[in-house]
Design a protein around this ligand. Structure first.
Ligand SMILES: C[S@@+](CC[C@H](N)C(=O)[O-])C[C@H]1O[C@@H](n2cnc3c(N)ncnc32)[C@H](O)[C@@H]1O
Length: 284
């Protein structure tokens, strides 16, 4: 019998908040809005306004930066590198699979999340008359080492002869580095079986000299306590992130700073150095 993976379902409610954020900012479709998501989103509005004024950026700033930047990198992989299959782990209520399968007729998109969230997503997608049959949803647990919920099993339903792109957005910083590294290592061994694999994830480094170091530390504790998880900033710099992922065996690693895309993408600007990064780690 498969070993029980850790239960991280206390994090799932955060997908309602981010799902509403994408919908409220024109990146989604009506069914992705939930009443609870709207409630969380609007409850935080006063704090968001204060954050924007005091710090020149807030949660919505980095959520939109990460979402647009991941979209951009996925688009590049499809258009310039011929990627035709995407696996999005911890998909929550993201509209990305829905948007991209409508835009790219050659694309197969597999969304995966914990069983309850996967079921919820499947029901939601069933309400969309223009949902593509190339968009599938499967249950997964990023920490399952074997069995039906494992990355190995889910990725096993993809075409092993073709390149693959894997995304995690809004997942990795809910775990300490040791825990999430278990997932990163396991995933790397699975990705090795494809002719080429690109992994994209958002990550929140915390520079020790960052002007909002203390504020971010408070935010981390608050989010950790409401989601009952070990929210952690993993790296002190982009170089540290690159070296770490290479140390886990990823072949080519790049860290993308939203600031370098201000002239190309419709993303909000941060005052100073943005707080979020997108790590692109390849297995070739
Ligand atoms: C902050 S939400 C992000 C959702 C979506 N990616 C987005 O950006 O809107 C975190 C997601 O991680 C999922 N999650 C939590 N633990 C997980 C695990 N062990 N394996 C896979 N997904 C998990 C939750 O169910 C939730 O959908």
């Amino acid at each position: 019998m498969a070993k029980e993976p850790i239960d991280t379902s206390s994090i799932s409610f955060t997908a309602l908040y981010t799902g509403h954020c994408w919908a409220a900012n024109g990146l989604s479709a009506e069914p992705f809005r939930t009443r609870l998501g709207a409630f969380y989103y609007h409850s935080l509005s006063p704090f968001e306004a204060v954050g924007k004024k005091l710090f020149g950026g807030n949660i919505r700033t980095f959520l939109l930066q990460r979402h647009h930047l991941i979209d951009h990198l996925v688009r590049n992989a499809i258009e310039q590198e011929g990627v035709t299959q995407v696996l999005e782990i911890a998909c929550g209520l993201t509209p990305r699979g829905y948007r991209f399968t409508r835009e790219y007729p050659q694309l197969d998109y597999l969304e995966a999340d914990l069983p309850d969230m996967a079921e919820r997503k499947e029901k939601l997608l069933a309400e969309l008359p223009d949902r593509s049959d190339r968009l599938r949803v499967m249950p997964i647990n990023a920490f399952a080492e074997e069995g039906e919920l494992s990355v190995e099993h889910v990725a096993g339903t993809l075409d092993p002869e073709k390149p693959v792109l894997v995304i995690t957005e809004g997942l990795v910083n809910y775990f300490d580095l040791e825990t999430i590294s278990g997932f990163w290592k396991h995933m790397r061994s699975v990705l090795q079986r494809f002719p080429k694999a690109i992994y994209l994830t958002d990550n929140y480094p915390l520079y020790h000299d960052h002007p909002f170091y203390r504020t971010m530390t408070v935010l981390r504790r608050m989010l950790g306590s409401v989601s009952r998880s070990r929210v952690t900033f993993h790296f002190g710099s982009d170089d540290e992130a690159t070296e770490y992922m290479q140390g886990l065996g990823y072949d080519a690693v790049r860290v993308h700073n939203p600031r370098d895309y201000y002239d190309r993408l419709p993303i909000p600007h941060s005052r100073g150095n943005p707080f979020v990064r997108i790590i692109e780690a390849r297995v070739v």
